[in-house]
Write a protein that binds this ligand. Structure first.
Ligand SMILES: [Zn+2]
Length: 105
């Protein structure tokens, strides 16, 4: 029993969160604030408010981890909207700034 390997947990990306973990609201600051403008433009992609990323470059394929953040309209709490992992993306892809990231649905 002691030498039995524990079953490895599998992780799927992107991992998305569609509501505020603090109050349960589904209304985000960006969606509320840009609702009219996005409807007028027929836009479907929601702009990303904040993002953070790190690149793990040891090995053949650099791995880039990106977290997108939202702010809840109802309670103001910040939370992660999406956690993403890119394998093989060059670290020089730094030009792919927060404004151009797409929030997965
Ligand atoms: Zn909230």
């Amino acid at each position: 029993m002691a030498d039995e390997k524990p079953k490895e947990e599998t992780f799927t990306f992107p991992k998305t969160f569609d509501k505020c973990p603090h109050c349960g609201s589904t209304r985000s600051f960006v969606e509320v604030a840009l609702k009219k403008e996005m409807e007028r433009a027929g836009a479907k992609d929601i702009p990303v408010l904040m993002s953070a990323e790190c690149t793990y470059a040891r090995g053949l394929f650099p791995i880039r981890l990106v977290a997108l953040f939202e702010v809840c309209w109802d309670c103001g709490g910040p939370y992660a909207a999406a956690l993403m992992k890119f394998v093989g993306a060059s670290p020089s892809m730094g030009g792919n700034g927060p404004g151009r990231l797409q929030r997965p649905r």
